[in-house]
Design a protein around this ligand. Structure first.
Ligand code: PGA
Length: 252
């Protein structure tokens, strides 16, 4: 059966000292609670990956990157490859976050390449999808998400797809304090699972973790996670406070 997963995306926040402090606070908070079977993943900015890996090595949480380049290696100044992430023994990497799609023009085709490189290095991609406000207002959210998944992911074999985690993040809910209602989240998550079922069959669909992201906080996580097709969360703002992040992880 699929796993419950809560992943924190620190985005472009925190200095080195602040990152160290947050990691320490997280360890303190996690020591005192029982997360049961929920998997926790922390995705700090690139320069802090090794620091976090050291903290995470005793298995309270796993460590992931927020992005990866879509080429294998070479003259791509400022970029980071899947091979480099693998050499730090990272387990996960976020791919296709809406901020990358919107601000850096990332396409579904590039996302497909990123996913391939990550899987080639045994790193599990957390692949983001989701519609912008105008698309939802026009009733196009299902069409948009379907295209993102088909073009970014559905080239994979069934076996490779078994390593994919999906994050549905309606763009209008990210960092806005405006959360999707539990019904809106469930409706889209069930739709996504149906697409996976159609492409890969019932077993793969049932085994795929689909996370919700977009202003998920301690006060709404329980309601969201109570839905049958919501298997956890991708948490931005609230992952920068250890207590909030752990409270969300305890919301199952
Ligand atoms: P948020 O971000 O929780 O701050 O809305 C979620 C995300 O972008 O992953």
């Amino acid at each position: 059966m699929r796993k419950h997963i809560v992943a924190g995306n620190w985005k472009m926040n925190l200095t080195f000292d602040q990152a160290n402090e947050l990691a320490e606070q997280l360890m303190d908070a996690l020591e005192k609670c029982n997360l049961n079977k929920t998997e926790l993943i922390v995705c700090p900015p690139f320069p802090y990956l090794e620091l976090l890996s050291d903290f995470g090595s005793d298995s309270y949480f796993m460590v992931g990157a927020q992005n990866v380049n879509d080429n294998e290696r070479g003259a791509y100044t400022g970029e980071v490859s899947a091979e480099m992430l693998a050499s730090l023994e990272l387990t996960h990497c976020i791919v296709g976050h809406s901020e990358r799609r919107l601000y850096y023009g990332e396409t579904n085709e590039q996302i497909a390449h990123k996913v391939d490189h990550l899987l080639g290095h045994n790193i599990k991609p957390i692949v983001c999808c989701g519609e912008v406000l105008e698309e939802r207002e026009a009733g196009k959210q299902f069409e948009v998400v379907e295209r993102q998944l088909k073009e970014g992911l559905f080239h994979l074999s069934e076996r490779a797809f078994g390593n994919i985690i999906i994050a549905y993040e309606p763009v209008w809910a990210i960092g806005t304090g405006k959360t999707a209602t539990p019904q809106q989240a469930q409706e889209m998550h069930a739709f996504i699972r149906g697409l996976i079922r159609g492409r890969y069959g019932a077993t793969t669909a049932d085994d795929t973790s689909i996370l919700y992201g977009g202003s998920c906080k301690p006060n709404n996580a329980k309601e969201l996670f109570a839905n049958p097709d919501v298997d956890g969360g991708l948490i931005g703002g609230a992952s920068l406070k250890a207590d909030d992040f752990v409270a969300i992880a305890l919301s199952f």
